[in-house]
Design a binder for this molecule. Structure first.
Ligand code: 3PG
Length: 214
């Protein structure tokens, strides 16, 4: 792994569970981030899935200093540049085109591309990425698939996301090549829409208590 990726691995490991945030209304960004941080979840992935994603990430960075904000759903070099421009701490993609991998390898932004197959992993590796998102993790064969990939790629490190939740997060985290798990389960759309910030904090507290005992 490059130094940049070592840094990202340490960051994700410190987060343990990385909430994948889809923020529909800008005004939800800060209270949502505060609710997650209050529950002990500091490393956040704001996905570029809504028009307010970038201003939402900026608002969190400005108003929730304890949050470590990364940008997710980076699909192309332009998305990567947007993440870099706002000072995001890391970038994550569900996949990796040759153009994106080349741009990310040249960028100072710590970045994890997404892979679901051995060939995609080899393409990521060829661009210097030793830490990848395994996506969609459950749907792509789950832990059995991850263990199979560890055979030919013993040094590869993974952040699985997709289909991970309270019931299976601990099992994924017990895998030696998993640095953290990601997912949307800590920030359900219904809770964000209804402003159930206390509910989100409680869920984070519960998750960290079982996954990351002090
Ligand atoms: C992602 O981009 O990581 C996924 O959308 C998260 O998947 P989940 O909603 O199944 O947690």
């Amino acid at each position: 792994m490059t130094t940049k990726q070592e840094k990202l691995a340490a960051l994700l490991r410190s987060g343990c569970v990385i909430p994948v945030l889809t923020i529909e209304r800008l005004e939800d960004a800060v209270p949502l981030a505060k609710a997650l941080v209050a529950g002990g979840v500091r490393v956040l992935e704001v996905t570029l899935r809504t028009p307010v994603a970038i201003p939402a990430a900026q608002a969190i960075m400005a108003e929730v200093p304890d949050a470590v904000v990364g940008i997710g759903t980076i699909l192309n070099p332009a998305d990567l540049a947007r993440a870099e421009d706002i000072g995001a701490r890391f970038g994550i993609s569900p996949g990796g085109t040759p153009e994106l991998l080349k741009a990310a390898a040249a960028s100072p932004l710590p970045f994890a591309p997404g892979i679901a197959t051995a060939s995609e992993l080899m393409l990521a590796l060829a661009h210097g990425f030793g830490l990848v998102k395994f996506f969609p993790a459950e749907q792509s064969g789950g832990i059995k698939a991850l263990r199979a990939l560890a055979g030919p790629f013993p040094d590869m490190r993974f952040c699985p996301t997709g289909g991970i939740g309270e019931a299976n997060a601990a099992t994924w985290l017990a895998e030696p090549n998993v640095v953290a798990v990601g997912g949307s389960w800590l920030c359900p759309t219904a809770d964000i829409r209804s402003g159930n910030w206390a509910g989100i904090t409680a869920m984070c507290n519960r998750a960290l208590k079982s996954l990351k005992p002090a």
